[in-house]
Design a protein. Structure first.
Ligand code: ZN
Length: 250
């Protein structure tokens, strides 16, 4: 089984369409949340995930758009985008976002895969960028793999038993783009990156693929026309800082 995992689309339909064209044959698509917020096409992106994804989680920006979270907790630009997004969503979009969980467990070939937007411990808010915070989160899920988004930075934390078996070693791994990352031998929390607003310095959209036949994970970058999304954002009046950052992947 080959599963595509996408996250943090952030209403960037142009990026999403390019990613869709590059998915190839997949048995399922999982979306780890933040379908909306920041970008110019929230309703279209909600519609896309509703029809295409086997699993869709909610993220903090989805919550803000439906009033489950106070946008005042965001910075000014994100808050302005959340208020704008809320006005674009129809009743069906809102009801759909309302129905989503922020954490899920999938069973594939007798293996358990945990999915969360931010972290297994605090799926809506916690950012897993710090190894110490990641280490604590390994106690918060069972099975060998947890897939997350939220930071918009593709990477992984791998927890391996030390040779003496008495302690564990935590490694920070870069995303594997060229060769598949073999998942055997360690428990992992892997971040699939962001489709609609990458923050690792590469403006191209990011997603990942889990293959259960050889139990591997590979990340993929997809170039899209950033200018199309930027012009859409300007035309609907979203804050300048939000469209400008897309060119830099920050
Ligand atoms: Zn996000």
């Amino acid at each position: 089984m080959r599963v595509a995992i996408i996250s943090d689309i952030h209403a960037n339909l142009e990026a999403l369409r390019r990613v869709e064209a590059e998915l190839g044959s997949v048995d399922a698509i999982w979306c780890l949340g933040d379908v909306v917020g920041y970008g110019p096409d929230p309703s279209e992106c909600v519609d896309w995930v509703r029809h295409r994804c086997a699993v869709v989680l909610s993220g903090n920006h989805d919550w803000a758009a439906i009033g489950k979270l106070d946008p005042d907790q965001f910075n000014d630009a994100a808050s302005a985008a959340a208020l704008w997004t809320a006005k674009q969503l129809g009743a069906a979009d809102r009801a759909y976002l309302e129905s989503l969980a922020s954490r899920a467990v999938e069973n594939l070939d007798n293996r358990t895969v945990t999915l969360a937007h931010g972290s297994p411990r605090d799926p809506i808010w916690e950012y897993l960028s710090d190894p110490e915070v990641a280490a604590e989160n390994f106690a918060e899920f069972s099975g060998v793999l947890c897939l997350v988004g939220h930071t918009h930075v593709p990477m992984a934390f791998a927890l391996e038993l030390a040779p003496d078996k008495g302690s564990a070693i935590l490694r920070v791994e870069p995303p594997a783009y060229q060769a598949k990352r073999i998942l055997a031998g360690a428990r992992r929390i892997a971040n699939v990156g962001s489709v609609g607003q990458p923050r690792d310095g590469d403006p191209s959209a990011c997603c990942a693929f889990l293959d259960t036949t050889d139990w591997t994970l590979i990340w993929k970058r997809v170039r899209y026309d950033v200018g199309v999304t930027q012009r859409r954002m300007r035309s609907v009046g979203l804050p300048d800082v939000l469209w400008m950052r897309l060119a830099y992947g920050r």
